[in-house]
Design a protein around this ligand. Sequence first.
Ligand SMILES: NC(=O)c1ccc[n+]([C@@H]2O[C@H](COP(=O)([O-])OP(=O)(O)OC[C@H]3O[C@@H](n4cnc5c(N)ncnc54)[C@H](O)[C@@H]3O)[C@@H](O)[C@H]2O)c1
Length: 395
Amino acid sequence: MVYQKTTLPDASSTTSAPAALPLENWSSPLNGGMPIHFGDGAAEELVGILRGLAPDRVFVVSDPHVFDLYGAFLVQLLGPSFAPEVVLIPEGENEKKLANLEALCTELFDRGATRSSVVVNFGGGVVLNLGGLAAGLVYRGIRFVHVPTTLMAQSDVIVSNKQGINFGGGKNRLGLFATPVAALCDPRFYASESKRQLRAALVEYAKNAILLGGAHYDNAFAAFRTPDILGAESLRKILRYSLEQKFEIAKLDPTERGYGLVLEYGHTVGHAAEYLSQGRLLHGEAVYHGMMVAGRIANMMGILPDAEYAKQRALLALIEHIPAIPADISVGQILQSAQRDNKKRDKNLSFILMDAVGKPHQVQGPRGSAATSVLTPVPEEALRAALTEYRDALL
Ligand SMILES: NC(=O)c1ccc[n+]([C@@H]2O[C@H](COP(=O)([O-])OP(=O)(O)OC[C@H]3O[C@@H](n4cnc5c(N)ncnc54)[C@H](O)[C@@H]3O)[C@@H](O)[C@H]2O)c1
């Protein structure tokens, strides 16, 4: 393997307006206060964290693409004191599957992982989800650190403590909640991401702005109108905003059994389209389509008034070049795949819908309970109509 970089690019190498994000250390309000270090230089914090954990062995889990780019940096950083074992899993969404979970766990055992070992998940959301699940299962859970290398993984994946894989025709159907010892979000990694990947990551930020409304919506709107939105300085601001936003929601319900499910806005159709596209749509791109369809359903059902529907679309329209759902994926296939969504209750499809920007729709909880729920039952026909209209409009 040819290693290219032993240092990370600084902010000034990626934009005309250099602006490093000073290192900040936060304590997650979820599950025991996991430390989150973010900013330029966060990656180097790994050494001190590992020292504190005193592991017998360190296992770096990554994919070949990330490791080609940054493997030399990481191996040099950890040096002889940790002498990490590197386990590479195949790259991409299609590889987030049981066979690779089994292969990874086998490697960890064969190479001598013990309950004192530490796994460092080094890559995008796929590596983090799969490596986090493996670490959560081996010996009923060994310690792991997330070092996310994509904007998507830094701004969204690390907040939730959800680890998982795709299974049986649906996204994230096998998994668990497991909290990393720490998450280290270093924006210098964005320098090698494509514009397409970065735009797709902006979608989750837009989603949280739509959920929260108010100043969060206004900030996102202003940010998306910045001419250099994909420049180093803008992306660093977005990382910070995103973490603030997502924690504001996630802290209300860390295991997403009640109100926290609002974070799944756009994910019913989004996950179906992402899964069916077999890697042709990125996660954020699929969620973009999912929010457009959920907005239309709510509007058709008389829940989301025209002006609020337009407000949602106005924000999403500022994220350019989102590829359409591939033409060979039929409405029928999406409907079928949506039936495997993990929010489905009883026989109904359940959607997160909005009353207005900043106000998720709530319904009476199941079987006469006093509690309300953010899961709105949606008849299949309503989904079919909204999807068909959306597809036709794009053709
Ligand atoms: N709560 C959660 O757990 C949660 C939230 C959001 C998304 N996800 C999951 O995360 C996944 C999407 O994450 P992702 O967008 O990071 O995708 P990804 O992990 O598939 O990475 C995308 C591609 O980017 C490459 N890559 C990684 N870092 C790079 C870098 N710095 N420069 C250049 N290329 C780089 C990878 O090798 C891969 O080819 C999906 O599986 C999604 O379901 C999970």
